[in-house]
Design a protein around this ligand. Structure first.
Ligand code: SAM
Length: 369
């Protein structure tokens, strides 16, 4: 998923430092999980991962990519959904499933992507041209609505279990992102249809990673989660670096993740923002970020800490290093740096001018116990 601060491309750098520091698999807390790029990689390497984030869509990705262990069989669904059984009898449908690699997960993804009748729902009403916004074409918005409602019905009627529900919902969030008419974040939609927005929305669910058992997902503040986890081996910290609140940049995936079946979300403004009080992050506030770091360091029971930060972040090098030195058992902090190309989700505008195309990604390490 296109995501500010996604660490996929920096994984070789981060994992090589974990190796160089001699940190061997144990329990790790990926405290600002986002897309779970780091949590998944740690799980695959044998770490038991607890991940947390304040956003609901991240919780969905955590359940799909970090917690789920096995590919669901969909036995109850095949027995209980006549429409899916009818699709499975069609040779054309079976050929499309075979082209996806076959298997029950591919069959359900194909059914949701191409056989389910699109319908009007919350996304069509608010984030398509009929609702005055151009995040999705009318057709794709109706596909999102139909798939989201079907997943809700299957889950509440017990036709799919939690793993299947979150794997498919994660695929919907990622599939919708691929056809979103944005420059990468949902802070604005583009006024002309971009080529990606005209593609047919398709689900491409990812197979669960087999790794350490007992991984957990938390929709909560990093510090609160750290407190409940108690003693662990490694805390990985990858907070927002600047004042851009993720709740305002990813409100559309947030609504898809939450659904609108128990209570319809109240949305407002040009971009259809949610009232996001509880999801506003202290890490995005110049006045609160230092306190947030101190509170996390006080709450964690981790033996080792790694912090990803960025050379243009709200926390200065002096403040970040000072806090870590005070928390470290031996007062020592190691810093690794790596240059990378800037993720350009939005363009320069008044009051925000990018300094060049390259940033320095910093990785701080300290031993806490
Ligand atoms: C830089 S991104 C993390 C990216 C992630 N490592 C990845 O590879 O996708 C920062 C994340 O912190 C989350 N966040 C912000 N404040 C938080 C808090 N107080 N506790 C937990 N997560 C928070 C945001 O929702 C966002 O997903």
């Amino acid at each position: 998923m296109r995501y500010l601060g996604n660490k996929t491309r920096l994984l070789p750098f981060i994992l090589s430092k974990i190796d160089r520091l001699g940190l061997t698999p144990g329990v790790a807390h990926d405290a600002f999980a986002g897309t779970c790029a780091v949590g998944r990689a740690l799980k695959a390497r044998g770490w038991r991962v607890a991940s947390s984030d304040v956003m609901t869509y991240s919780y969905v990705l955590q359940r799909a990519y970090v917690v789920a262990q096995r590919v669901p069989s969909f036995a109850e669904l095949r027995a209980g959904d006549g429409d899916l059984r009818a699709a499975l009898r069609s040779a054309k449908f079976r050929a499309a499933v075979a082209a996806r690699g076959g298997g029950a997960l591919a069959a359900v993804a194909e059914y949701l992507s191409r056989w389910l009748e699109p319908e009007c729902g919350f996304i069509t009403e608010h984030y398509a041209p009929g609702g005055g916004r151009m995040y999705f074409t009318e057709e794709n918005a109706r596909r999102i609505d139909a798939i989201r409602r079907r997943l809700h019905v299957w889950h509440t009627e017990g036709l799919i279990g939690d793993d299947a529900y979150y794997i498919l919902l994660a695929a919907l969030i990622e599939g919708a992102d691929r056809v979103a008419n944005t420059a990468g974040v949902y802070a604005a939609f583009i006024k002309q249809w971009q080529p990606n927005a005209r593609h047919h929305l398709t689900l491409a669910p990812q197979l669960p990673i087999r790794g350490a058992r007992g991984c957990t997902a938390h929709i909560d503040d990093a510090t609160e989660t750290a407190r409940t986890l108690g003693p662990i081996d490694l805390l990985y910290v990858d907070p927002p670096y600047n004042s851009r609140q993720y709740s305002g940049y990813y409100h559309v995936p947030e609504i898809i993740a939450r659904g609108w079946f128990e209570a319809r979300p109240a949305v407002a403004g040009k971009t259809g923002l949610l009232a996001d009080g509880a999801q506003r992050s202290a890490w995005c506030s110049p006045r609160q970020v230092e306190g947030a770091l101190e509170a996390l360091l006080a709450a964690t029971g981790a033996r080792h800490i790694l912090i990803s930060y960025n050379s243009e972040g709200l926390l200065s090098e002096r403040v970040l290093r000072g806090a870590l030195e005070r928390a470290a058992v031996d007062g020592r902090v190691v810093r690794y740096a790596r240059e990378y190309r800037r993720y350009r989700a939005d363009s320069d505008h008044v009051g925000r001018t990018y300094r060049g195309g390259r940033l320095r990604e910093l990785l701080y390490y300290a031993r806490l116990r």
